[in-house]
Design a binder for this molecule. Structure first.
Ligand code: IMP
Ligand code: MG
Length: 180
């Protein structure tokens, strides 16, 4: 285990199982239909790969969005902007947003607002992790992997200052790392 990690929450095997289970639900729901996966950069890259590997026979389009984070500003006033957009026309498409983790919920709720204007046939949300205790705005997550405690989580794509994304597991970062 990496020295900066306090505890492992999900190992590689568990992450793969989550991806397989969620992929199964998605496959069932959209049988015979085209689906557009929109991964939210950068944290989604590992989970999106795990998920889509399980969907090799689906009629799938995959693209990515980069959205601005609210940084240190007050979260309620923080505006979410798309910094890198998809050029797939989402009108009348089944769209699934793929996120690493849902925390306050602001990013996704604003993003849903923006993407709904493009008139998709459906707009779903799939997230590997859910910090339900940190939620500040209500948001419906259609496919969720695992609830995690309200602590700083890294690994499997999730970072702290761009580090730890490569860890093959999901773990809690030691407090002394982000408090120093
Ligand atoms: P929200 O708008 O507060 O839900 O923030 C969601 C985004 O914040 C996620 O997509 C992550 O990129 C980031 N984030 C929230 N919590 C964590 C965490 O514990 N570790 C790493 N990134 C996080
Ligand atoms: Mg993110």
């Amino acid at each position: 285990m990496h020295k900066d990690i306090e505890e492992i929450l999900l190992d590689r095997i568990e992450i793969e199982k989550i991806a397989r289970d969620l992929a199964g639900k998605i496959r069932k729901k959209y049988e015979g239909q085209e689906v557009v996966f929109l991964g939210i950069l950068k944290g989604c890259f590992v989970f999106l790969a795990d998920l889509t590997r399980e969907l090799s026979l689906m009629d799938l389009k995959i693209d990515f969005l980069l959205v601005s984070s609210y940084g240190n500003e007050s979260k309620s006033s923080g505006e979410v902007k798309i910094l890198w957009d998809t050029n797939i026309d989402l009108k009348n498409k089944n769209v699934i947003i793929v996120e690493d983790i849902v925390d306050t919920g602001y990013t996704l709720s604003k993003l849903v607002e923006i993407l709904q204007k493009r008139e998709p046939a459906s707009l779903g949300i799939c997230a590997l992790l859910d910090k339900t205790k940190a939620r500040e705005v209500e948001i419906k997550i259609d496919y969720v992997g695992r609830e995690v405690p309200n602590k700083f989580i890294v690994g499997c794509g999730l970072d702290y200052a761009e580090k730890y994304r490569q860890l093959p597991y999901v773990g809690i970062l030691k407090k002394e790392i982000y408090e120093k």
